[in-house]
Design a protein around this ligand. Structure first.
Ligand code: SAH
Length: 211
């Protein structure tokens, strides 16, 4: 399939899956129309890359449904000058979206094979503002903290305390929390009174593995 076809599919994805469900930040809508999601999935899955569901990326992991990636991204309210921490690089698709919208993305993945694959494609796409780490992300990345935004792409029974610590004052974190197959997607905002919590929706994520 040629580039023009993929571009049309991206535009259709924005119009039919994102806008009607309340994604309205113009910067977020622009990057979803731009980032080539099909390059982050297996070649045999490419024809489904812009469909309204998650897809397997190998090793029992998944790339989230476009709408969920968009909702998590919009909730972080990125303006362009933030340092962002991402836990669960996976395919690297969400990483690319964040790299388009923030100053720098620090991303941690526990499975070396997935991290390597994501690094290759993100280098090919010429992103220069991403740092990668292989390991357990539940401890965050203390050397690079604090972060104005943190995105966790795997479900945890509770919010890892290190991540709260590494959030800047006024910072925002989006994280799926719960121990059942359906979790709550939470937005946490660190303000002077403490942590303000909003429940965005129900969601299904692979588990965050604590090592
Ligand atoms: N956002 C990704 C999807 C990630 S799926 C995308 O766009 O493709 C969740 C990822 O979190 C998986 O790749 C899984 O290996 C990783 N993961 C699970 N527990 C982790 C941990 N403790 N630290 C870092 N990564 C973890």
């Amino acid at each position: 399939m040629d580039e023009q076809k993929y571009r049309e599919r991206r535009e259709r994805m924005v119009k039919t899956q994102l806008i009607p469900r309340g994604i309205k930040d113009p910067r977020v809508l622009d990057v979803f129309a731009k980032v080539p999601r099909h390059l982050f999935v297996d070649p045999v899955q490419r024809h489904m890359a812009y469909s309204d569901h998650p897809l397997p990326i190998g090793l029992e992991q998944t790339i989230s449904q476009p709408y969920i990636v968009a909702l998590m991204t919009q909730s972080l309210a990125l303006k362009g000058n933030e340092n962002v921490l991402e836990i669960g690089t996976g395919s690297g698709y969400q990483t690319a979206i964040l790299a388009e919208l923030a100053r720098h993305v620090y991303t941690i993945e526990r499975l070396p094979q997935l991290s390597e694959k994501a690094q290759n494609i993100l280098q090919e796409l010429q992103y220069k503002n991403i740092s990668f780490k292989v390991g357990d992300g539940t401890g965050g990345w203390p050397e690079k903290a604090p972060f104005e935004a943190i995105l966790v792409a795997a479900a945890s029974e509770s919010v890892p305390p290190a991540l709260i610590e590494q959030l800047s004052p006024g910072g925002r974190m989006v994280i799926p929390v719960g121990d059942s197959p359906v979790q709550d997607l939470l937005l946490l905002i660190k303000n002077q009174q403490g942590i303000e919590e909003q429940n965005l929706c129900g969601c299904r994520f692979v588990p965050l593995i604590h090592e």
